[in-house]
Ligand binder design. Structure first.
Ligand code: NZQ
Ligand code: ZN
Length: 392
């Protein structure tokens, strides 16, 4: 077991109509001029943005707004947001939407408070010294960005998608009203559930230090998300299922399910980020398309964890060998993905990848992890390419 820091400063305000508290929360955390940052328009269509503006106006809190954060959010809009914050003397960011709007807001927060090019942080050239305070109203359960220290931005030039992590960007508050997620398209709900599963699984499949309490939390979370994802596939308006999944999304990526291990594997995420950068796919769906190929490639190197996963999470009856049991577990998760209409390979994801693209993604991925990464198995460029090929 490893020692760990567990730091989750975000105030979570969870339940029906909690967005009505937004002005009170902005004030509590010292905001006097707000930038409301959002995505491509779902918050306009649902009426949420209008309501949020109304709450701020009623409380006498001035704001400016910037929409347009796309899935796999772009650096260009981040620059625009930084300019706007400086011009308007914004001292508080309010991300309204999903991981893309929140991540874009985090990047704006770094850019507005540090000198030089904000991309330097995502390019691992230097570390941020500050970030504007940020609050969040979440509309999709998925990335956990509402409590996480990370943000993922795509630079248009070369389609480079990179993440940067710093406690400075952890949201001060996260408003989570499960009803706000009921307008999601089924594909986004399923993609979000997959991402939530993967944030815990990236921490679960390691060769370095595990704790019984962490494993128990992780396995319970995985089973709960799968159960409720199936309920939502049938009935997207089930409030309790929406709530279970929404809270799981935060717990899955605020560090809780990784306490005591070596930091996790994270290679499925790294492989997916190249896919998202190049083909602009939904993040969770991209993870589902790659996971089975990654799992089969690394399984023998991390066999006890795969066996434990098969039995405790997927309910597999142990076979005569550990390898067979582990394989049944992988197949069972792929069956689950299919049952919520998630892809299990690139073809099903709708990506026709040429050999050149696979080579390019493996190269960029290896650069992005400084040569090699992974705890279930340390992967280098040739391993990454083999996994991409297997997923085709
Ligand atoms: O843009 P709008 O119009 O809002 O539509 C969004 C978007 O099309 C829509 N949507 C969101 N809430 C909705 C809704 N539609 C109807 N009703 C609602 N209530 O759903 C689509 C996806 O939204 P997006 O914010 O892109 O999804 P997600 O939360 O999955 O974020 C994905 C991004 O986060 C990154 C991913 O790589 C990707 O760029 N990640 C961020 C992490 C973090 N910051 O900790 C960790 C993750 O592993 C991940 O890498
Ligand atoms: Zn993710």
């Amino acid at each position: 077991m490893f020692g760990f820091n567990y730091y989750t400063p975000t105030k979570v305000v969870f339940g029906k109509k909690t967005e009505e508290k937004v002005a009170e929360l902005v004030r509590e955390f010292g905001g006097t001029k707000v930038l409301i940052h959002y995505g491509g328009g779902s918050v306009i269509r649902s009426g949420l943005l209008g309501r949020v503006k109304g709450y701020l106006e009623a409380a006498g809190i001035p704001y400016v707004e910037l929409g347009g954060a796309v899935p796999n959010p772009r650096l260009g809009l981040v620059y625009e947001g930084i300019e706007l914050c400086r011009r308007e003397k914004v001292d508080f960011l309010l991300g309204v939407g999903g991981g893309s709007a929140i991540d874009s807001a985090k990047a704006i927060g770094y850019g507005a408070t540090n000198e030089g090019d904000v991309w330097d942080f995502y390019d691992y050239k230097r570390k941020a010294k500050a970030c504007l305070p940020l609050g969040v109203i979440l509309t999709i359960a998925a990335t956990g960005s509402e409590m996480s220290d990370s943000s993922v931005i795509t630079k248009e030039e070369g389609l480079v998608k990179r993440g940067y992590s710093s406690d400075l960007s952890r949201p001060r508050f996260a408003i989570m009203d499960p009803e706000l997620t009921m307008t999601l398209p089924d594909y986004q709900t399923a993609s979000g559930c997959t991402d939530i599963l993967m944030h815990t699984m990236e921490r679960y499949f390691t060769n370095g230090g595990n704790m019984e309490i962490t494993d128990a939390l992780a396995e319970g979370l995985l089973r709960t998300v799968m159960k409720n994802a199936l309920i939502l596939a049938r009935d997207p308006l089930d409030y309790d299922a929406r709530a279970e999944v929404m809270w799981a999304g935060s717990l899955s990526h605020n560090g809780l399910t990784g306490c005591g291990n070596d930091g996790g594997d994270w290679m499925t995420h790294k492989l997916e980020h190249e896919l998202g950068g190049l083909y602009d796919v939904a993040h969770g769906a991209g993870l589902a398309a790659l996971w089975g190929s990654w799992a089969r490639y690394v399984m023998k190197n991390c066999l006890p964890r795969f066996v434990r996963f098969a039995v405790n999470v997927m309910g597999v009856t142990p076979e005569s060998t550990d390898e067979e049991t582990a394989l049944r577990g992988i197949e069972a998760l792929e069956d689950f993905f299919r049952s919520i209409h998630m892809p299990t390979n690139l073809r099903e994801l709708g990506v026709k990848a040429s050999e050149e693209d696979l080579v390019l993604m493996a190269k960029k991925c290896a650069i992005g992890v400084n040569g090699a990464k992974g705890s279930a198995m340390l992967l280098r460029e040739e391993d990454m390419l083999a996994i991409y090929r297997a997923a085709r």
